[in-house]
Ligand binder design. Structure first.
Ligand code: SF4
Ligand code: SF4
Length: 320
């Protein structure tokens, strides 16, 4: 597996990053012990890079995997905390929950930031907490995870930002406040400023899975940076490893990935029409057709991120 250094951090990671979101309770909700086996398979196969988040609730399977891992992988987490204390707590929680004494990368988790807002000043306390944690050696690098083009552009300009984790995929699914071309330009600006960059949602959160080869090929064409891919089975790990280890002339011989397509739906009989999910969705995929009708998820806009699940007090949003 090809390895690469993230910007000026010196952190060396595999091109394929293990995305822990889909195995957790926001999506597949695989038992922790079973998830740990999937992570271990990935580590034993050559992946040394795991991306998670406070929101994903997947620290436990990572902790279990680390106990039997052949090496200490590079671990990323992120938190939506708005202030200093909240972010310090989020970093502490990640260290305790995974039983590690430092975390390699910690992001401001900032999927949906409107073009008019500067998340680094709006959440200045949280950002300062990451800077302080870095000085104290609790984290090695600080960054931002976002779907917003202006925020990627802004991150390029901020000296203290080590790592940028933007959404990018060939259809532009999920990109906010800008076009696909504008996101490509913002990513190139980050790379020109020597930021470490790795990509999220190259498969559009699942909607491009039937077009895996073209989707990964597009992401690779933007820049030679790692790509985080969610994996929820040993078979998916095998497939991703085979693809990312293959020489360019061997890729065409690999079959397309066969997966069961799932999507998120709001169960009308449980929904109390409170509207929380509409605000929470980073992709504006949830809307009401009229005041009298409960909200619905538009499958063409849904990134299968599962963020809305945690915001629903009725547990009415399910993957079906
Ligand atoms: S509806 Fe929105 S928040 Fe929910 S899974 Fe889809 S993109 Fe994510
Ligand atoms: S958060 Fe849950 S209860 Fe509220 S509108 Fe959305 S699906 Fe319905």
């Amino acid at each position: 597996m090809k390895k690469m250094i993230l910007g000026k951090t010196g952190i060396k990671v595999s091109e394929l990053c293990f995305g822990a979101l889909p195995m957790g309770p926001l999506q597949k909700n695989i038992p922790a012990a079973e998830s740990a086996e999937i992570i271990l398979k990935a580590l034993n196969g050559g992946i040394n890079f795991i991306d998670t988040a406070q929101l994903y609730q997947t620290y436990e399977p990572i902790r279990l995997a680390l106990k039997r891992a052949p090496f200490r992988p590079v671990i990323v987490s992120k938190a939506m905390a708005a202030d200093y204390d909240g972010m310090r707590k989020a970093v502490d929680e990640s260290l305790q929950a995974m039983e590690i004494d430092y975390i390699d990368i910690f992001h401001l988790h900032a999927a949906r930031v409107p073009a008019s807002e500067n998340v680094f000043t709006q959440r200045a306390g949280a950002w300062q907490a990451l800077i302080d944690c870095k000085k104290e050696g609790l984290i090695k690098a600080a960054g931002i995870s976002t779907h917003s083009v202006p925020t990627v552009r802004l991150a390029a300009e901020i000296e203290e930002v080590d790592i940028v984790f933007p959404i990018i995929n060939k259809n532009g699914t999920g990109i906010l406040f800008g076009t696909l071309a504008e996101m490509e330009a913002a990513i190139n600006l980050c790379l020109a400023r020597n930021k470490g960059v790795y990509f999220m949602k190259a498969l559009g959160g699942g909607c491009l899975v039937k077009d895996y080869h073209a989707a990964v090929s597009y992401a690779r064409s933007i820049a030679q940076v790692p790509i985080a891919m969610g994996m929820v089975s040993q078979a998916e790990v095998d497939y991703n490893l085979a693809y990312f280890k293959a020489a360019p002339n061997e890729i065409a011989k690999l079959p397309e990935l066969v997966v069961e397509e799932k999507c998120f739906q709001i169960l009308g009989f449980l929904c109390k029409d409170c509207g929380s999910c509409i605000e929470a969705c980073p992709s504006h995929a949830i809307a009401k057709e009229s005041e009298a009708i409960k909200p619905k998820i538009n499958p063409d806009l849904c990134l299968r991120c599962g963020y809305c699940v945690g915001y629903c007090p009725q547990f009415a949003i399910r993957m079906v």
